[in-house]
Design a protein around this ligand. Structure first.
Ligand SMILES: *Cc1c(COP(=O)(O)O)cnc(C)c1O
Length: 433
């Protein structure tokens, strides 16, 4: 193995070199880049159950799972069959279908307070459209978000969106006019006082708070007890809408979403990832009176050529029908807890300070002495140690996101064998760091 790109084998390296010729940075989404881990990623040729296989024939236990959607693991037979059957009847009609209503009904029944929803094709579209709707419904412009929360790549949401350059009202990305970000305010996660200050200063001007109820785009950070409830009360007191971005947490932390666990009801919810079962799907929905602002009922416009296409809907429906089974979430979460307990013990034996977090089938860790409650805390974690740990895991057949600021996932295809193998790899990796 060469020292610079020990993660990828020779075939992957060759394929990635070709990718870099035609695709900027070799990747179609920047989070896939392995810049922190030597530059060249394993190039994936197959996924099956809990495992990925790369171009060099190396197998990995996958804890990325396409960044969340694959809660049943790769190529689940029921999902694959549903997609194949739907495909024989036509890929897309751009017209009403029975299956889109079936998916909408299933999702609405799972989320108390969601009377109606719109299907779109990505999480980005869901958040962007939900906030347009929030602005239309309130007649206000300002959106408040939290540092380190990612809500897709709409211009005005690329403010303190999970990166280190968290400055008020300043876009994170080149190509976003400052004026586009001027209506976005970002405050620290888990900080009610900061949120209250923003509301005092902008009385009557805030359309919505958008928040990941469990933050999964700066590592995994759980909300403090009572935090989300305080946001609900603040919104109610100021006529502001509360938007939960459950693109990652929806049908991952619990049936429905984290709102069922924390018992705080948002006005609007954004979904994606698991509800598409690996195909491109997003959704946003909420109270009937709010959704009535959307065209053709109202004057808030949002559209999509492939929205609710039968293939994506088939994958989503097949996935949700599996996870709807009684005890799916408690059983999977209990298995994942066994993995995390094992990791905690291995680290403790070596006096390595680690903060592990879990919410349902999501998990994450930071190498840190103190609890991690915000982006600022996350940025103070030991990323050098993370790098050594992560590189060793890859060498030993465990695939994690190539950044210390990403959540990890669990699927029902993972089990005791994968837990044991992961813990063996982790023991070696902890010895290395
Ligand atoms: C992934 C994600 C998005 C964006 O979804 P895409 O389908 O990648 O556009 C938005 N919000 C959250 C919380 C996410 O995790």
């Amino acid at each position: 193995m060469t020292k610079t790109s020990s993660v990828a084998g020779p075939r992957s390296r060759r394929l990635f070199a070709a990718a870099k010729q035609r695709i900027p940075g070799g990747v179609n989404s920047p989070v896939r880049a392995f810049n922190r881990l030597g530059g060249s990623p394993p190039v994936i040729v197959q996924g099956k159950g809990a495992y990925l296989t790369d171009a060099d024939g190396r197998r990995y236990i996958d804890y990325v799972l396409s960044w969340g959607p694959l809660i049943l693991g790769h190529a689940h037979p029921k999902v694959v069959r549903a997609v194949q059957q739907a495909a024989t009847k036509g890929l897309s009609f751009g017209a009403s279908t029975p299956s889109e209503t079936e998916l909408a009904t299933l999702i609405c029944k799972a989320l108390p307070g969601m009377d109606q929803l719109r299907l779109v094709s990505s999480g980005t579209e869901a958040t962007m459209s939900a906030l347009r709707l929030a602005r239309a419904a309130t007649g206000r412009d300002i959106i408040v978000k939290c540092d380190g929360c990612y809500h897709g790549h709409a211009d005005y949401l690329l403010v303190a969106a999970g990166s280190g350059c968290a400055t008020l009202n300043q876009p994170d990305s080149a190509g976003v006019p400052a004026s586009f970000a001027a209506h976005t305010i970002s405050v620290p996660y888990n900080d009610v006082a900061a949120m209250e200050r923003v509301f005092r200063k902008n009385r009557g001007r805030i359309a919505a708070i958008i928040i990941e109820p469990v933050a999964g785009n700066m590592g995994l950070i759980l909300p403090k007890a009572g935090y989300l409830k305080s946001l609900r009360e603040l919104c109610d007191a100021h006529g502001t809408l509360l938007v939960f971005d459950e693109v990652m947490t929806g049908f991952r932390t619990a049936w429905g979403g984290y709102q069922r666990l924390c018992q705080v009801q948002p006005d609007l919810t954004c979904l994606g990832k698991v509800v598409g079962g690996g195909m491109p799907v997003g959704a946003y929905g909420g109270r009937r009176d709010l959704m009535a602002h959307l065209a053709p009922l109202g004057n808030c416009y949002q559209a999509g050529t492939l929205s609710g296409n039968p293939i994506s809907v088939a994958a989503g429906l097949a996935t949700l029908k599996q996870v709807a089974k009684t005890n799916f979430y408690p059983q999977q979460a209990a298995q994942l807890t066994r993995l995390l307990t094992g990791l905690r013990d291995l680290a403790a034996k070596r006096n390595i300070p680690i903060q592990l977090a879990q919410s349902g089938t999501m998990w994450g860790f930071f190498f840190s002495e103190k609890p991690v409650l915000s982006l600022a805390d996350a940025l103070q974690s030991d990323t050098k140690r993370w790098k050594k740990f992560c590189l060793a895991l890859y060498r030993n057949g465990v695939y994690l996101a190539p950044s210390p600021f990403e959540a990890a996932f669990w699927s029902s295809a993972h089990g005791t064998a994968e837990i044991n193998q992961t813990l063996q790899a982790a023991a070696l990796a902890f010895d290395d760091c």
